[in-house]
Design a binder for this molecule. Structure first.
Ligand code: DC
Length: 225
């Protein structure tokens, strides 16, 4: 291993439990957590702030270069997205920003602008990065690569449960349709499509609980020490 502590790459489709898995792992290992989807969401929000339409590819790519995106650490280990120095972590979590992030993440200029930033955040190791192309593009040399999957139905069921626990009404069919359309958009785009790296460990979490998934990754981390 070239780094003293590993880079852990967790990729997979929307709603598969990457964020929770990555957060628990980062907490247990004392590693930094990098939610790369938050950066794409940040580009979508920064474009909207500037009155730029998401279908204006050239202008959105400029935004990705000029907006100062970053993370402020949190005591509970969940970093908060900063845009131009302001905490925008809650505003990027709307269905509208999910759609915007999915759209702008297909632009090569946007992906280029965010690539070096992601590499800088993980270069030293001791980091858990979660996204869609961490194991394939951002850190093809990551010491641990996990590709999480679960059926679209199970992911929709978990999302409904999550929203209901937070006191929000949720329509299963609508959520399932959105998950399917994001899967389609993320995995069929020309650049950095969602797919497992050849050397990734593929884990189907449809019938696994969080702790089993976490234990599985901890074993992979131990194996590379
Ligand atoms: O993980 P998320 O839902 O916050 O991601 C938002 C969007 O960003 C998602 O539609 C795909 C895109 N994304 C990406 O293309 N590459 C990444 N590494 C992370 C997210």
């Amino acid at each position: 291993m070239t780094r003293p502590r590993p880079v852990i790459a967790i990729d997979g489709p929307a709603g598969v439990g990457k964020s929770t898995t990555a957060r628990v792992l980062a907490q247990r290992l004392g590693y930094t957590l990098v939610d790369t989807g938050a950066l794409y969401r940040g580009v979508a929000l920064a474009a909207r702030d500037r009155g730029i339409a998401w279908d204006d590819e050239a202008a959105v790519a400029e935004v990705a270069l000029e907006a100062a995106l970053g993370f402020a650490p949190q005591d509970d280990g969940t970093p908060r997205l900063l845009i131009d120095g302001k905490d925008r972590a809650d505003e990027i979590r709307t269905p509208e920003m999910s759609a915007g992030a999915s759209q702008v993440s297909a632009y090569p200029g946007v992906r280029r602008a965010l690539l070096e930033m992601q590499r800088d955040l993980g270069r030293e190791g001791g980091v858990v990065l979660e996204g869609r192309d961490i194991g394939t593009v951002v850190f093809p040399d990551a010491e641990v690569k996990l590709f999480l999957t679960a059926s679209a139905e199970e992911r929709a069921r978990r999302r409904v449960e999550d929203l209901q626990n937070r006191g929000t009404d949720a329509d299963y069919d609508q959520i399932l349709a959105k998950i399917r359309s994001r899967d389609e958009a993320d995995s069929t785009r020309a650049i950095a499509p969602l797919r497992p790296a050849e050397d990734a460990v593929i884990l189907d979490s449809t019938s696994l609980d969080l702790e089993s998934v976490v234990q599985h990754v901890l074993e992979l981390v131990q194996a590379c020490n």
